[in-house]
Design a protein. Structure first.
Length: 175
């Protein structure tokens, strides 16, 4: 299967965070590619990646970077594809620098920014974007959401069982 999602990051040091996006796509059997593409360190290659992504068959780009994270926004400036930005937390500033670099895009150049370190949600958001035009994937996303619902309900049951005597006020109580 040729990749439909491009997962790129400013450095291989981002992989421990970005791997969660790949795992989420694996769960939905969505084909992806991974690469290091840095706006700062390899600007020409970064522009080429963004310019060619749609013609190569990619549908969504997930871009993660730490610190002064210009990669997601720069990619969004040269591709018509949706770009999801993942702020990668580094040693200093806890990812706030990266978050603010990615989230405050000027009007006209959107980047869908997830939480600091939120690569799993980036993968799931990519899956939802693809599911909008794929009935089978849409069905699997609904099942995934039902699983989440069931797990949360279970957690409530377990908590109520543990905290005896306070089980009466939760909206799940009585189930
Ligand atoms: N923010 C960017 C960009 C960019 O935005 O183009 N390129 C690399 N980086 C970030 O630099 C951090 C340190 O990289 P190294 O670990 O290679 O020194 C990484 O988090 C990377 O995403």
């Amino acid at each position: 299967m040729s990749p439909v999602v491009g997962i790129v990051m400013g450095s291989d040091s981002d992989w421990p965070v970005m791997e969660a996006a790949a795992k989420a796509l694996d769960e939905f059997e969505i084909a992806y590619e991974v690469d290091v593409v840095s706006a700062h360190r390899m600007p020409r290659e970064m522009i080429a990646y963004g310019e060619q992504a749609a013609d190569r068959g990619l549908k969504v780009i997930i871009a993660g970077a730490g610190g002064a994270a210009h990669l997601p926004g720069m990619l969004a400036s040269v591709t018509p594809l949706p770009v999801i930005g993942v702020p990668v937390p580094l040693k200093h500033l806890d990812g706030m620098d990266s978050l603010l670099s990615i989230v405050q895009m000027p009007a006209g150049v959107p980047v869908a920014t997830v939480s600091v370190g939120g690569a799993r949600n980036a993968g799931l958001l990519a899956a939802r974007i693809l599911a909008a035009h794929d009935e089978d994937l849409l069905g699997r996303m609904r099942e995934f959401q039902q699983d989440l619902n069931d797990q949360a309900t279970e957690k409530g049951k377990r908590l109520r069982a543990k905290v005896e005597g306070t089980a009466g006020f939760g909206f799940n109580s009585g189930k």
